[in-house]
Write a protein that binds this ligand. Structure first.
Ligand code: MN
Length: 239
């Protein structure tokens, strides 16, 4: 099993108080640590031109999409709602190109939080720009200031999913999102929901196009939760 993991990187472009004001490319350390601990070789892919996506994807075995900014709503044909937070059009365009290439080249994808939402948009789905637009919203999905190593809400996992093999029918997760999947892309299936019906995990309808998407942050809990580490171990070694 080859396991070179390309992690789509983010940018700090307002580095006023850090890095002496320099712009930087980065990814959260938890992704690097978890992939390495699972035996994978992580490479951070800097945001680039979408035309470079094919070349980048050809160098990796699997693609990891991290969290971060809101997805720009123009990618699902909506105007920005007043509650939309920061977006980065360049990151979205490039990561959408990476997703399309990964599927074309049959490279598995693990998508976390914003990554899962972007994956849905890249395949034709839409998002709630803010959870207040979801009629049945009841649960606190933005758990701050509670620290991310603490799981705060339940998820209920569908049988016959990859996720069920890893987590069982019920699990507890951390939660740092104010957006959620609204209409699901045709190529995807829902594999877990919260008690208020928010989509918390997705997989591929076609099992040959391997993908796993989660709405929570396993990279911030894999060192305190065996279940969360299993997600990385499965992605690196089996997906
Ligand atoms: Mn949640």
């Amino acid at each position: 099993m080859s396991n070179v993991i390309g992690i789509a990187g983010n940018q700090i472009i307002e580095a006023v108080d850090v890095f002496n004001g320099n712009y930087v490319t980065y990814t959260p350390q938890g992704f690097v640590d978890a992939v390495q601990q699972a035996g994978g070789l992580p490479f951070v892919i800097p945001i680039g031109d979408p035309s470079q996506a094919a070349a980048y994807v050809s160098k990796i075995d699997k693609l990891l999409l991290a969290g971060g900014q809101d997805v720009s709503p123009q990618f699902y044909n909506q105007e920005p709602h007043q509650k939309l937070e920061e977006t980065n059009f360049a990151r979205d365009s490039f990561e959408i190109a990476l997703i399309k290439e990964a599927r074309k080249q049959h490279k598995p994808i693990f998508a976390v939080c914003r990554g899962m939402q972007l994956l849905n948009v890249a395949l034709g789905g839409t998002l709630y720009q803010d959870l207040s637009l979801y009629a049945d919203w009841q649960i606190k999905h933005a758990q701050q200031p509670t620290k991310p190593q603490f799981a705060t809400h339940d998820i209920f996992v569908e049988k016959d999913s990859l996720l069920y093999q890893l987590l069982g029918e019920k699990s507890q997760v951390n939660s740092y999102h104010h957006q959620a999947i609204h209409t699901l892309a045709n190529d995807l299936i829902v594999t877990a929901k919260s008690a208020d019906g928010i989509i918390e995990a997705i997989e591929s309808r076609d099992p040959k196009l391997s993908l796993l998407g989660v709405q929570w942050h396993p990279e911030l809990r894999f060192n305190v939760s065996e279940k969360e580490f299993k997600l990385f171990d499965f992605f690196v070694n089996e997906l």
